[in-house]
Design a protein around this ligand. Structure first.
Ligand code: MSP
Length: 523
């Protein structure tokens, strides 16, 4: 299974794509970073040393055009726009360890060093490019990939319009890497996830690779090609390099480089898989650098059944989203609603249903019922359990079985299945409460009630610990209410059951319900 070899305490390096700063952040950007944040938080919870990187992709024609359209110098423009992504990280409580900008000196140095290495290795030659280019995708296209639009223009498969470009250009000998890439995919079957995407990548490479244009001369906003400042580096070569810049490249002896490279996971959207799974490993192998261990391509969100676009006017603002539903709720929804890797649709109805059913009713009520009963019936202290019955043992065993499931599901980025595994135990715990009826035991068998409440409180504690990577706030509040110290909130604490006698706070619900406005008005 992918990543299974990492289940020890090996360091973990995870990256998001770096975002183009031509536009404001939207749901697509937060989705990718959220998935990485959950993995980073989970790996830290699992006591691994984590390096979680995100940042902004600031060069190229697309960004230059956006700057000019705003009447700004590209550098001033990117400073402002990059700030938006930086602020978003804070609002969504992303726990990235670094935020890289491709206009930083450390990155220019790394990208130029990689270029020189490729040149030294004979992987680059000077020629000229005559062909199609889509500024929106920052990608070159062959004639046979294009479709004719009704307006007579040619369009890339992504829907981006293409322009004919003729200019002197350096080329990377990508065609020479076809067989070595195919070997690489064969010997690293987990390199691309999900499985279906891997097949796409392999067929693309099998269909034949052309040498890749890696410099441009018709605009200036990019990293100068070493020794030939008339050229700027192709923005994708520049951008991909960020993943090694951040760990210290070109200093391959840097502690961070030795510890974290090759990266465990590059998380990307399906639209940019080719760059990460074909060009990037080829560049790296050509430069004598080890390729990353895995690239996972997630799907795209639509909004209320429609493609998200500025012209339709259905762009989902990430700030509005968390103002409306709450951060934990949105984070849960995005990773639970859609099998990770598939496309998904954001709808208000589905969001509210998850928020009210899974969170408020199922997990929220469980925690609230259990902690209130403990507070009320056990003098506000964790009760002393008596002898456990088979039903108690199996309840506790179900909770204990979650961690290994999370490890294996998250090793293959199956967030939805990881959450399902947690909520199976939530469901079981709710049934256990109903079956044991501790409110009835209060009158008939107080000792038995105490045992049942102990088991339940212990299950709630475990569930709270394990949901922290997904939701940074509510589970922590539950652990606060249970008097759990900060240092007893990771996997090591799972083996140390609650201490009888520990005082708990008067519980307060941590998963509010969403109440529709219309209903509020009617009441
Ligand atoms: N700058 C490049 C990446 C360079 S990485 C070396 C880039 N940037 S981007 O800002 O256009 O896109 C970043 C990510 O957002 C991509 O992974 C893309 O798939 C994702 N999304 C953009 N719109 C999306 C949705 N509607 N839904 C889900 N994700 C989508 O590409």
């Amino acid at each position: 299974m992918a990543g299974a070899e990492n289940l020890g305490k090996a360091p973990y390096y995870i990256t998001t794509p770096i975002y183009y700063v031509n536009d404001k952040p939207h749901i697509g950007h937060v989705y990718t970073t959220l998935a990485c944040d959950v993995l980073a938080r989970f790996m830290r919870l699992d006591r691994r040393e984590v390096f979680f990187l995100t940042g902004t992709d600031e060069h190229g024609q697309k960004v230059e055009r956006s700057a000019l359209a705003q009447g700004m110098e590209p550098q001033a423009f990117t400073d402002v726009m990059s700030g938006n992504f930086h602020d978003l990280s804070a609002a969504w409580q992303f726990s990235n360890d670094d935020f890289i900008r491709t206009t930083e000196a450390r990155h220019v140095k790394a990208a130029q060093a990689l270029w020189r290495k490729l040149q030294e290795n004979g992987e680059i030659y000077l020629s000229s490019y005559a062909g199609w280019y889509a500024v929106r995708d920052e990608a070159f296209y062959a004639e046979d990939e294009l479709a004719q639009g009704e307006d007579g223009r040619k369009y890339a498969p992504s829907g981006a319009p293409v322009d004919w470009v003729e200019e002197p250009s350096y080329f990377f000998r990508l065609s020479a890497w076809q067989d070595r890439l195919l070997d690489f995919y064969r010997t690293n079957p987990d390199f691309v996830g999900p499985e279906g995407r891997r097949n796409e990548v392999v067929s693309f490479v099998k269909s034949g690779l052309r040498d890749l244009s890696i410099s441009r001369t018709t605009f200036k906003w990019g990293i100068p090609v070493p020794g030939d400042p008339d050229h700027v580096m192709y923005v994708w070569l520049d951008a991909l390099t960020n993943y090694i810049t951040a760990v210290g490249y070109p200093d391959e002896n840097a502690e961070s480089y030795r510890k974290f490279w090759p990266a465990d996971l590059h998380m990307v959207g399906k639209d940019i898989l080719r760059f990460h799974a074909v060009y990037w490993p080829a560049f790296l192998m050509a430069a004598g650098v080890e390729p990353p261990k895995r690239v996972f391509a997630h799907g795209w969100w639509t909004s209320e059944g429609q493609k998200i676009s500025k012209s339709v006017g259905n762009v989902i603002d990430p700030y509005e989203l968390i103002d409306t539903y709450g951060l934990d709720q949105v984070r849960y929804f995005l990773l639970r609603e859609v099998p990770f890797g598939n496309d998904g649709d954001f709808s208000h109805r589905a969001m509210v249903s998850r928020m009210n059913n899974d969170l408020a009713n199922d997990f929220g009520n469980l925690a609230q019922r259990v902690l209130s009963m403990v507070h009320k019936n056990c003098d506000g202290r964790i009760p002393e359990p008596g002898r456990l019955m088979a039903s108690d043992e199996s309840m506790l065993a179900a909770a204990t079985a979650v961690l290994p499931k999370l490890r294996s599901e998250l090793a293959v980025q199956a967030f939805h299945r990881a959450l399902e595994a947690i909520w199976t135990v939530v469901g079981q715990a709710n049934r256990y409460v109903d079956e044991m009826a501790p409110w009835a035991l209060r009158k008939t068998d107080k000792a038995r009630m105490e045992t049942v409440l102990f088991v339940l409180a212990e299950v709630v504690r475990q569930l709270a610990i394990l949901t922290q990577p997904f939701m940074p706030n509510a589970p922590a509040k539950l652990l606060d209410q249970m008097g759990q110290p900060q240092e007893a909130r990771d996997v090591a604490a799972l083996d140390q059951p609650l201490e009888p006698g520990r005082a708990i706070e008067r519980p307060q619900g941590v998963f509010p319900r969403y109440v529709e406005e219309a209903k509020q008005d009617a009441s």
